[in-house]
Design a protein around this ligand. Structure first.
Ligand SMILES: *Cc1c(COP(=O)(O)O)cnc(C)c1O
Length: 398
């Protein structure tokens, strides 16, 4: 089976295994699953070399010629890594401005509350983007704010937040930025040459297309140095993990060895595909085929094109009386596709992810499966309820 034979077609997952149209865990390559069929000693040189290589490959994605940054992997799901970043890199006397427009922004605020870090929140609701002017105003109004925490792609709505203007506003005001780039890193450029930030956080099972089990923080070395003794937690201490890894090449506590081996393979695939740019291009093509096809069926997207990320798309549930999300979900699953419920508070919605081992061919099949499912439910129009259009009007102002 040669890859050259067919450059674009991605092999289907195992027979009977549905595609995961969810933003992590997601559908991984067969070779990534295969990489887990081996046990590793965490102390062994080969494993240490793998850790080193992973850190280096991740750093190569941020375009850092002066080597100002370093990469610190951390066991656990993405949220563990976010908590590790916040608890370790925000000094105890820091005050954070959290830019929230969905579940992950709110989770960050909750984490800061748990950690006892001073913070204030700009909450834009379900999906409206935080803009530079409001960041500037908030920073002017409160000189005690030292850091801004932003979500790159807010996965709960699928909005791609304007991280570049947020970064500019932050550093123009002399403050520092931490980015949750969980669902964007690896597919959406975050070059340290064009966007300034102290640190970003992401995880194994999003755009790099690995399996779940660890996250990683990429931070300025100066920020890591300054983080000594800052963490509230032993296991989530980014400084200590970094210092130990630098010294011994090892993770501090048992690492998810199989996940890491799978991730090393996922990184090889990422690079073979053409890196961040090519990965982003495939996801954009996935999104474009999906959105165009679903709109043809009458579905409405929550977001206007300008704010649609290539990661995940929110669609309004059709207003039709025969539409029922659970039934739709089950019908889609029976056709081989796992979709995702929505997270909006005002209007019912569902989400379809564009990331993972999927290409435009698969997305065409997703659209036909949606058409068939509507048909089987007796839904002849996917038109959204009136409230959805009222909701969408709000975005026009942005
Ligand atoms: C996935 C994700 C997280 C982490 O979620 P886990 O379920 O803990 O892996 C955090 N922030 C964003 C924006 C995400 O998409």
């Amino acid at each position: 089976m040669t890859k050259e034979a067919d450059q674009t077609a991605i092999p289907a997952p195992h027979e009977g295994e549905p595609y995961l149209l969810t933003p992590g865990p997601l559908t991984t390559a067969y070779s990534v699953k295969q990489a887990m069929l081996r046990d590793w000693g965490s102390w062994d040189d080969d494993f240490r070399a793998m850790t080193k290589q992973i850190r280096r490959a991740l750093l190569s994605m941020i375009d850092d010629p002066e080597q100002l940054y370093d990469c610190v992997p951390m066991q656990g799901s993405g949220t563990f890594a976010v908590e590790a970043m916040l608890g370790s890199l925000l000094p105890r006397d820091a005050k954070a401005l959290v830019l929230a427009n969905g579940a992950y922004g709110l989770r960050t605020a909750k984490t800061l509350a748990c950690l006892g870090r001073a913070h204030t929140v700009i909450d834009k609701g379900d999906y409206l983007p935080p803009r530079a002017e409001e960041v500037t105003r908030a920073l002017e109004a409160d000189p005690s704010i030292t850091h801004v925490v932003a979500i790159h792609c807010e996965t709960s709505s699928g909005i791609l937040n304007p991280i570049e203007e947020i970064s500019k506003a932050t550093y123009t005001a002399g403050r520092k930025l931490l980015i949750d780039s969980m669902s964007a890193f690896g597919a959406i450029p975050l070059s340290s040459q064009s966007i300034e930030y102290e640190a970003l956080v992401s995880s194994a099972n999003k755009c790099i297309e690995g399996v779940p089990g660890f996250g990683f923080v990429i931070a300025k070395k100066s920020t890591l140095q300054a983080a000594k003794g800052c963490s509230h937690s032993l296991s989530l201490d980014i400084y200590d993990q970094w210092a130990t890894m630098e010294k011994t090449g090892q993770w501090r506590f048992t690492p998810p060895t199989h996940t890491i081996a799978a991730f090393a393979e996922a990184l090889r695939q990422h690079s073979a595909e053409g890196g961040v740019e090519a990965r982003g291009a495939r996801y954009r093509a996935n999104r474009d085929v999906l959105v165009e096809g679903m709109r043809k069926l009458g579905f409405e997207t929550l977001l206007q094109d300008r704010w649609l990320s290539p990661i995940i798309v929110t669609f309004f549930n059709p207003a039709h009386q025969n539409f029922d999300f659970q039934t739709f979900y089950d019908l889609m699953k029976s056709k081989g596709f796992i979709i995702y419920p929505g997270k909006l508070t005002v209007v019912d919605s569902f989400r379809i992810g564009c990331i993972g081992q999927l290409d435009d061919q698969v997305m065409r099949q997703v659209v036909s499966a949606a058409a068939q499912s509507l048909n089987e439910m007796g839904v002849d129009s996917a038109q959204a309820p009136l409230a959805a259009y009222t909701e969408r009007e709000k975005l026009t102002a942005e």
